[in-house]
Ligand binder design. Structure first.
Ligand SMILES: Cc1cc2nc3c(=O)[nH]c(=O)nc-3n(C[C@H](O)[C@H](O)[C@H](O)COP(=O)(O)OP(=O)(O)OC[C@H]3O[C@@H](n4cnc5c(N)ncnc54)[C@H](O)[C@@H]3O)c2cc1C
Ligand code: FES
Ligand code: FES
Length: 1361
């Protein structure tokens, strides 16, 4: 045996012997051989990389394969193909033990800042595709894996590669743009263009702008980056597959292996025979191939499988055979392989034979992301027996044959409804395995289609999924055989057998359609309380999808001459499958003035200072800090009841578990248990009462994360449940459960306004909340310093000072003993403004008590459970308006769902009220706001801070006014828009207003009139798809509405004797580029290059008493403080400059130093003239306003409720942009977060306050495919703002609301659909405009057959909170 076998491995008998010791696991990481003597079958590759190899570039974002932050490349020699296959995979799901003889490449393995960046890393950084950077390594590795397989991809390949990656910051556009330079279409020469420039800019600027708008605007701006700077891609330079593995792979089949962990035995048989032996010996053993299902069960459902069988490399389970009947796939074949083989067959065989194959391919297109498809097996999908499997309905309708095998023999079964006897059960006996699947050819006269409807198109699980097959008697349209199979309509995949048999022998005509629909409506019923909810929608979908099939088949029959009537032209779009058009974009900004010095970087599109490090994985986030030697890990214990007394807590089992050191409860808090950002109305740890599911009761501290998490699950708590359980806003209204005060803003004479109005209408709207979904969850590392109660905390927080003070309060020590340090966050968006402090406090208490460093990074599900999100709002309004559309009176009442504590709910409600009129001038107005106290986790700050809620409801009544008057909404909005010098309801005079300029430019860029005409024409020609358009303005007030927070911006600047500058300020970096902007400010003020200035971190011992980094105002506040500090230093250096005018910066610094001048200065800034009094309606709440306008066009599918974002133009006034690249990044990122808020993201709670949506599997944020196909962002030119640093404006929050243009474009399209059913006038559309809401609102003959159950007659699965 050569050394290539790497140590000992078991023989066949050893594998069967439960007492034998384990094997060594051998694999390569970044070209380095790893021999792991004791691999733990429960450990994932990601944990191993991060903890064991300290390769922290790969990130943990969700642990469930849903975000892609952990993406690495896996390479393996495939003997049957005689080549190495490279695949992107999710490190968080790949079991460590599955990696024997594989090569893993991580982001660290392909390039580094210190060495050389890989072009994939360089281009994402330079194209501004990295903001917080937490998603960046995963995106880099998806792209890298693609290029390893295909160095000249097209855009569709890139989009496919990113289906499994999420980014919460950038809005995706810059990533796609940057990587477009790798494509065949847009390949960059790497600086070898004409005159040694880039082929994309040199001589042919038009290449940069695929879009016609760039020409229309006639100002071709400077690009945000220059592709000429990009290194060319040289595939010959990639790290090679380890030769040792190559020769090993060529030499022998995969070995049998045994790995034994603390609780789990992993057995990898080498042959089918061995597998069947083992399955007889361990009938309850779990088979694992891709682990994309089992991994989730173990992690999130707390299931333990003591014996795992890994059959991934058994030849019989991996073969593909073409037979007379169809293609047979071994059960372990990956979905990627399945797709490749079927694609080839569809290309080769006559179309009538491949109808099923084409349907499987259509399902695979939307099946998870590529990382999952690369490892997930066809057998795994079947055997999971999920009722929402995407493949099983297709296999069932197609009558696929499954070969099952055990030691006792083999049997072949047809997949029909008997195959799934119950929820997640199959007919296999425990000793049996699934050997292979036959997917049959279709025959002449047979038609097949598959449908999947999910909340998000890409990488999402189905709501309803379906496979449909019809066979006609030869040469006729008489149904001979029909199979309609549905997923999502029962506990298993089901066949609509009654409907099918009822339609046999009938002609494929309208009468059949009517029969089919009424029969399906009867047969595919769901109890109104059915798990998953959306009952009316799901029922309607069974009909709508059949209707699509009906039309598709009719069309095919017509094209074959069987059916005489052609399908109506306006119905054809219902039969079309979704075609994705690659997005194109334009960014317009003002170049710096002529004459601005080259080294003055203010106003230039400078790259985020950490972008390179983020792209290489070298940027250090909180959980990347190496483990301290004696460090412990903490896991929270949280309540499972929404409202209850805690009767007892039993930790005995938990405390006896391996590695557990201690449990921490309220009694262990040395100082005060009361906490809260504004008022101390919540506990750090619940004492005797819990008031929400997820209420933190205590924590387990253990030696490792796995031990702490297992023990936390073993803590037994008994409760006495209390009534009432108030979950929704409506519950709170019923119980009058409100926090005080109730806020009112009023101006003018409401009665008089309503009297004067020609019309009055009333309406209401609910707007759902939103999960922050920062890619990096909350994390704290607390390190006790061993003396005087000192504690150092490394925290991912927007509020260093708040964390410091609340930790000190809980520890009972002065704030001076606690240092909070924030290097960077992997996103914040308001979610780490106040809610992060609770976790930090608990971790600090544990560290204080145990006198050891303690760490906790919340798992995604914990983070979503405990930290709250954006406040759901409900608004009722009464609006008085004239025939012209001019609004003269408005009365609006807001209710927000605050949750179980005040947190920042009052300020959020105030901001909603401050934005209740959005951008419209209304003479008589009254807004009132109630904060509902409910049994949900406290809701909190989120980008926009109440503004997006207040303004959405404003646009709802604005849309109602236009609809009721049958006037174009643009006309009504424009008519009501503020003009220069008008007063807001809170009496602030609007000066330097640029709304009208933004509006006009937006209309021009988007060519609204032509677009509107095009839409009307489209809608006339299409019955089942409709387009809509909306133009929406925003006016966003800048400043914290809590006055004291506007006071405290500080900066500390040190100049060292070598001339280098260390800059510290009060703001934190969460991806928005604040540190980059601050360096730009310091660079201009000091007159030195930015490269001489460094920012290490934000810390409470350098700049004290800081405001949270929030309210979009951080650049304004901290920029002014930095400016102030730099001016002080400049003043001190002035004499040395004067004395030596030709000297260098270093000369002056040294001279000053030797002259004993302090080279360190503090800067400070407070916003002048602020303060508003609600009692008297006087004073100024805002320093100034940021304005913007967006126009969006969408297309909806009236039958499924899906929509496409076709076009968006945004014009944003950000003053004189400090950095157009960062500002456009904020505009696009904010806009896409708003698209999520208003069209996609839905938190689902049970009526008992239990949150179902606890991860990317169920909670969908926008993905790459959701960006508008055509996106233009323009920063308004010549609009300096004298109220902020260097005439800039705040930009972080204002653009988010502009996504309301998409919401109202959808509403516009629904209006067109309703018109087809004779419906007109205002109608209610709540936010988000999900497929469910869109479909239900597009009322038609199908919705009528599925009426909703009478409210109050059932308990719904989920409630609108
Ligand atoms: C992020 C994410 C997205 C997903 N998206 C989708 C989606 O869009 N549509 C969808 O339908 N599913 C989806 N899934 C579910 C899952 O990916 C699929 O079901 C997948 O096909 C499972 O394959 P696997 O090899 O990973 O299974 P594993 O987790 O390895 O195994 C799954 C089950 O199959 C059993 N099994 C495997 N092979 C055999 C065999 N030969 N004989 C007997 N039993 C066997 C295992 O014991 C286990 O019970 C998603 C999962 C994730 C994590
Ligand atoms: S951490 Fe692996 S996909 Fe999210
Ligand atoms: S940059 Fe993508 S999540 Fe922050």
């Amino acid at each position: 045996m050569s050394d290539l076998t790497y140590g000992k491995q078991t023989n066949r008998n050893n594998l069967m012997d439960p007492n034998m010791s384990g094997d060594e696991l051998v694999f390569f990481v970044n070209g380095k051989k790893i021999i792991e003597k004791h691999p733990d079958p429960e450990m994932t590759l990601l944990t191993y990389l991060r903890r064991k190899l300290v390769l922290t570039g790969s990130k943990l974002g969700c642990a469930e394969g849903g975000c892609g932050a952990c993406t690495v490349m896996l390479s393996k020699y495939q003997p049957h193909l005689r080549r190495v296959l490279h695949h992107s995979v999710n490190g968080c799901l790949a079991p460590l033990c599955s990696l024997h003889h594989c090569a893993v490449t991580t982001v660290e393995g392909i390039g580094s800042v210190a060495g050389k960046l890989h072009p994939v890393q360089e281009r994402i950084a330079k194209s501004h595709g990295s903001q917080c950077g937490f998603c960046t390594p995963g995106i880099v590795m998806s792209m890298y894996a693609l290029l390893r397989n295909n160095p000249t991809p097209c855009m569709a390949d890139i989009e496919e590669a990113f289906q499994g990656n999420l980014c919460r910051c950038t809005g995706y556009r810059p990533i796609l743009e940057g990587y477009k330079t790798f494509t065949k279409e847009r390949r960059c020469c790497g600086g070898k263009g004409k005159e040694n420039g880039c082929c994309m800019t040199n001589g042919d600027k038009t290449n940069m702008y695929t879009d016609e708008h760039a020409y229309r605007t006639s100002v071709l701006p400077a690009p945000l980056y220059d592709p000429a700077d990009f290194q060319p891609l040289d595939p010959t330079q990639e790290i090679i597959f380890p030769p040792e593995l190559m020769s090993l792979g060529k030499g022998q089949s995969s070995p049998q292996l045994r790995f034994r962990g603390e609780r789990v035995l992993w057995l990898q048989p080498a042959s089918l025979e061995q597998l069947l032996d083992l399955k007889t010996q361990y009938p309850n053993a779990k088979m694992v191939v891709g682990n994309t299902e089992v991994g989730i069960e173990m992690k999130f459902k707390n299931l333990l499988y003591p014996v795992i069988l890994a059959p991934a490399y058994i030849p019989e389970l991996n073969t593909v055979q073409h037979t007379d009947e169809g293609i047979v796939f071994g059960a372990s074949c990956s979905l990627t392989l399945l797709g490749d083989v079927l694609k080839a067959a569809v290309g080769k065989l006559p179309p009538h034979q491949t109808e099923v194959f084409a349907a499987v391919l259509e399902q695979l297109r939307w099946f998870a992301g590529l990382q999952i498809r690369n490892v997930a097996a066809i057998g795994g999908n079947i055997m999971t027996a999920s009722p929402i499997s995407d493949l099983n309905p297709v296999f069932m309708a197609a009558g696929c044959k499954l070969t099952l095998m055990s030691k006792g023999g083999e049997r072949v079964v047809v997949m029909d409804e008997k195959f799934f006897p119950g929820y997640r059960r199959t007919i296999l006996t425990p000793e049996e395995v699934l050997l292979c699947v036959l997917i049959p050819y279709t025959k002449k006269g047979q038609y097949f289609a598959a449908y999947k409807q999910s909340p998000r198109r890409e990488d999402d699980i189905s709501i309803v999924t379906s496979g449909m097959s019809v066979t006609f008697a030869e040469g006729s349209s008489v149904v001979k055989h029909l199979a309609l199979s549905y997923g999502g309509m029962a506990a298993t995949t089901v066949l609509a057998k009654n409907t099918a048999s009822r339609l046999l022998g009938k002609q494929w005509k309208e009468e059949l359609l009517q029969d089919a629909c009424s029969s399906l409506a009867e047969e595919m019923t769901l109890h109104p309380s059915a798990p998953g909810g959306m009952v009316t929608y799901r029922r309607t979908l069974t009909l709508s999808l059949f209707y699509k099939f009906y039309l598709t088949v009719q069309q095919k029959l017509a094209s074959e001459g069987v059916y005489k009537d052609v399908v109506r032209a306006d119905y054809i779009s219902a039969t079309e499958i979704y075609h994705h058009k690659s997005p194109s974009s334009v960014q317009i900004f003002q170049a710096v003035p002529d004459g601005q010095k080259e080294e003055d970087v203010v106003g230039r599109p400078m790259m985020h200072l950490s972008a390179m490090k983020q792209a290489t994985g070298e940027a250090v986030y909180c959980d990347d800090i190496p483990l301290y030697e004696n460090e412990l890990y903490l896991c929270l214990i949280t309540s499972t009841k929404a409202h209850a007394h805690i009767l007892s807590i039993d930790t005995s089992e938990a405390e006896s578990m391996p590695g557990v050191v201690s449990c921490v409860f309220a009694k262990d808090i040395p100082g005060s248990n009361m906490t809260g950002p504004a008022v101390y109305d919540e506990t750090v740890l619940a004492d005797d009462m819990v008031t929400c599911v997820g209420h933190i009761i205590g924590a387990v501290v253990a030696d490792t994360q796995a031990h702490a998490q297992r023990a936390a699950k073993a803590v037994r708590i008994t409760y006495q449940e209390l009534q009432p359980v108030i979950v929704t806003i409506q519950d709170a209204i019923t119980h009058q459960s409100f926090f005080q005060p109730v806020r009112t803003i009023q101006r003018g004479d409401l009665d008089q306004g309503f009297t004067q109005a020609d019309h009055i209408l009333e309406g209401e709207m609910h707007m759902g909340g939103q999960e922050h979904f920062y890619l990096e969850t909350n994390v704290t590392v607390a390190v006790p310093k061993g003396e005087d109660g000192e504690m150092e905390l490394f925290v991912s927080t927007q509020s260093a000072t708040k964390t410091q003070s609340l930790v000190a309060k809980a520890l009972g020590v002065p704030a001076s003993r606690v240092v909070v340090r924030v290097k960077r966050m992997g996103g914040g968006f308001g979610g780490k403004e106040s809610r992060s402090t609770t976790l930090s406090t608990v971790v600090a208490v544990a560290a204080y008590r145990l006198k050891r460093p303690v760490r906790c990074m919340l798992d995604r599900d914990e983070d979503m459970l405990v930290t709250g999100g954006r406040h759901p709002f409900y608004g009722r309004y009464k609006v008085g308006f004239m025939k012209s559309g001019k609004v003269v009176a408005l009365e609006v009442t807001y209710y927000n769902n605050a949750g179980n504590s005040m947190d920042l709910s009052l300020s959020i409600m105030e901001r909603a009220l401050f934005h209740m009129e959005n951008s419209y001038s209304i003479a008589n107005i009254r807004g009132r706001g109630y904060m509902c106290k409910t049994h949900l986790p406290s809701n909190t700050a989120f980008r926009g801070f109440g503004g997006p809620q207040g303004m959405l409801i404003a646009e709802s009544w604005m849309s109602d006014v236009a609809l009721s008057l049958r006037l174009p909404a643009e006309q009504v909005r424009r008519l009501n828009m503020y003009s220069q010098g008008e007063r807001t309801p809170y009496s602030q005079i609007l000066d330097h207003i640029t709304l009208d300029r933004c509006w006009d430019e937006c209309l021009e860029i988007s060519q609204v009139n032509q677009r509107r005409a095009g839409i009307e024409q489209y809608n006339r020609k299409h019955r089942w798809t409709k387009r809509g358009l909306a133009v929406v303005p925003t006016k966003f007030g800048i400043s914290y509405t809590a006055l004291f927070l506007n006071l405290s911006a500080g900066a500390l600047v040190h100049i060292y004797t070598d001339g280098s500058v260390l800059l510290t300020h009060g703001g934190t970096e969460m991806g928005q580029g604040l540190h980059t902007k601050m360096v730009q400010v310091a660079s201009r003020t000091l007159g030195i290059p930015g490269s001489k200035i460094h920012i290490t971190e934000t810390s409470t011992n350098t700049v004290p008493n800081t405001s949270p980094t929030a309210a979009s105002a951080s650049s304004d506040l901290n920029g002014a403080a930095v400016h102030n500090a730099c001016e002080i230093l400049l003043h001190r250096l002035e004499p040395y400059k004067t004395k030596n005018p030709n000297g260098s910066w270093e000369d002056w610094v040294r001279a000053a130093y030797f002259d004993r001048v302090s080279l360190s200065a503090n800067g400070f800034y407070k916003t002048p003239d602020l303060g508003y009094d609600f009692e008297t309606n006087t004073g100024r709440p805002f320093n100034y306003f940021t304005y913007g306008v967006a126009c969006s066009e969408v297309e909806i599918d009236c039958l499924t409720g899906s929509h496409k974002n076709i076009h968006t133009s945004i014009v944003m006034d950000v003053g004189n942009s400090l950095n157009p690249a960062l500002d456009i990044g904020q505009v696009e990122g904010g806009f896409m977060q708003g698209v999520g808020l208003y069209t996609l993201e839905e938190l689902k709670y049970s009526p008992q306050g239990y949150l179902f949506t606890r991860g990317p599997g169920m909670y969908k944020i926008p993905a790459f495919g959701d960006i508008p196909t055509d996106l233009t962002v323009s920063l308004l030119r010549d609009a300096p703002n004298d109220k902020a640093i260097f005439s800039s404006k705040a930009v972080g929050e204002p653009p988010l609301f502009l996504a309301a243009s998409v919401f109202f474009a959808i509403k516009d399209a629904i209006t067109a659909a309703r018109k087809e059913s004779g419906l007109s006038g205002p109608f209610r559309l709540d936010s988000p405009a999900t497929p469910e809401r869109i479909r239900n609102t597009c009322e038609d003959r199908f919705t009528k057959l599925c009426p909703p159950a009478e409210p109050g007659t059932f308990t719904p699965w989920a409630v609108v909170v």
